[in-house]
Design a binder for this molecule. Structure first.
Ligand code: SF4
Ligand code: SF4
Length: 488
């Protein structure tokens, strides 16, 4: 007797042979598995009046047929259960299978549990995703797992019929750019008792709990990037390229020096930079909280702001913003009759800093000092997997005269994930610890990365360790090695 889920049915032998090849290779790196049973019919049995045993195949539905009709979630039925999405998931590797509670584990488990084991069980696990995209990059049948996980959380909230307070506040604040930025400006004043004269906030008030003490936090900048813009704006006659800078909240309000580093580097390259003032948060935090309607509204605001200037590229120093603008904006408006007509040209213009420097400006090593300082690199999830940019930052590090030293698992998540690190500090800190251990095993004196969120996490963790390794955004690191910067 065989009990078979409907999703195991395949059309023909050829498809089956394909799965038999892909499954062991993707699961354990083996060419073939020993777990294959060929059943060609009932087996012989001398004591049976028919000379054969009885054979029964029971097809199990348990929600599968409904799932097959679902325009969004039916994609999950393509899963061949190779388990690779569990193998690579940084969260699953920390919390383990027991936390998942039911049959289906890893990224696909966060989705299927809702359909096969109900809302209550999925509610307990569905937020076990930091959106690192590792599962998607290894899935042999190309299921957009992180996207479906967010949709699953939305489905759970809809079934519950109530919206968490955090989501309500997030939506209200994010839709209103002026309110959002007002709060960030006030945060500068509110942090003063905590920050004192130290460069970072090393001790949080007790109500945060000691599990949040694994990293120091940056201070909100006294003057946001946008308030410095009129003094910083370059004036280039006959520019070769016009770019619109999409700053993201972290650079605008925490690390304006990263934006300034970009402007310094671009001097002498005939690039006119514009900073459209009405740009706001990219909207990724809203999407992560499954507030898609808010994320879409914010996307429309950014689209209008960035399209207000004529530009060849929309450059961002934040990998998470870049990947969200380029890919999620299209996904969110897919099949939406009200999708803006200028969305695709907008997303086509998005470019990250390292790609712009390497592939567009073709920066040369002649511009740099060649100090050969040893530098380790952290590859942000949303750069290497989100935007598919892997070679350019490493090449740029070398071009800038550094010696790039490879650390283990460079492309594994640092544990930041925006609000994930606040909601789940125990998991975030464990992922960070592994990352920093790997960096400290190299003899690098500097760790660079292309995302202000990763800078926050890595710098905060290393500060708590009193480590000698410094952390810089790649734009700051490149700027520091410019020959011209000797005279600054
Ligand atoms: S996106 Fe990353 S954290 Fe989320 S399920 Fe996939 S591998 Fe795990
Ligand atoms: S979702 Fe993809 S990676 Fe995960 S088990 Fe299924 S086929 Fe494998």
């Amino acid at each position: 007797m065989a009990l078979v889920g409907y999703d195991k049915l395949i059309p023909d032998l050829k498809s089956m042979l394909k799965i038999l090849k892909v499954l062991p290779r993707n699961a354990t790196g083996q060419a073939i598995t020993s777990y294959v049973t060929w059943i060609k019919g009932a087996t012989e049995c001398g004591s049976s009046p028919t000379d054969r045993k009885n054979m029964h195949i029971v097809f199990l539905d348990n929600g599968r047929l409904d799932l097959a009709k679902d325009p969004v979630f039916s994609e999950a039925l393509r899963c061949i259960r190779c388990g690779a999405c569990a193998n690579v998931c940084p969260i699953y590797s920390k919390v383990g299978g027991h936390k998942y509670g039911h049959v289906y584990i890893g990224a696909i488990g966060l989705i299927l549990t809702l359909f096969y084991h109900g809302r209550e069980n999925d509610r307990a696990i569905v937020r076990n995703c930091i959106n690192c995209q590792a599962c998607r990059s290894v899935c042999p049948v190309d299921i957009d797992l992180p996207h479906l996980i967010k949709k699953t959380y939305r489905a759970v909230l809809d079934q519950e019929g109530k919206t968490p307070l955090k989501n309500l506040l997030l939506s209200k604040v994010m839709k209103n750019r002026r309110l959002f930025h007002f709060i960030l400006r006030r945060a500068y004043l509110a942090q003063k008792p905590l920050a004192g004269k130290e460069p970072m906030i090393r001790h949080l008030p007790n109500f945060f709990g000691k599990e949040h003490g694994y990293r120091s936090l940056p201070k909100i900048a006294k003057i946001p990037f946008r308030d410095q813009w009129m003094q910083l704006r370059p004036q280039v006659v006959n520019p070769k390229y016009n770019i619109a800078l999409f700053c993201g909240c972290a650079i605008d309000f925490i690390y304006p020096e990263q934006g300034k580093a970009l402007l310094d580097i671009l001097k002498g390259h005939d690039v006119q930079v514009e900073f459209p003032m009405d740009q706001t948060c990219c909207g990724l935090p809203a999407l992560m909280a499954s507030e898609e309607e808010t994320a879409k509204e914010v996307a429309m605001q950014n689209l209008k702001a960035m399209n207000s200037v004529n530009c060849d590229y929309i450059l961002t120093l934040c990998a998470s913003c870049g990947s969200h603008l380029k890919h999620n904006y299209l996904k969110m408006f897919k099949d939406d009759p009200d999708a803006p007509a200028d969305l695709k040209p907008f997303t086509d213009k998005i470019i990250d800093f390292s790609s712009f420097m390497t592939n567009v400006l073709n920066v040369s090593s002649k511009e740099f000092k060649k100090t050969r300082k040893k530098v380790a690199y952290h590859s942000p999830c949303h750069l290497c997997r989100g935007l598919g940019v892997t070679d350019e930052p490493r090449k740029l590090i070398e071009t800038a005269g550094y010696e790039y030293v490879q650390s283990k698992d460079e492309d594994v998540c640092c544990g930041f994930g925006g609000s994930y690190s606040v909601d789940f500090p125990e998991i975030s800190s464990e992922i960070l610890k592994k990352k920093l251990d790997n960096v400290e095993k190299t003899d690098a004196c500097l760790l660079v990365t292309d995302c202000p969120g990763c800078v926050l996490q890595l710098r905060g963790g290393l500060d708590k360790r009193n480590s000698k390794v410094q952390v810089k955004h790649i734009a700051e690191a490149v700027r520091e090695e410019l020959k011209a910067s000797d005279n600054d």
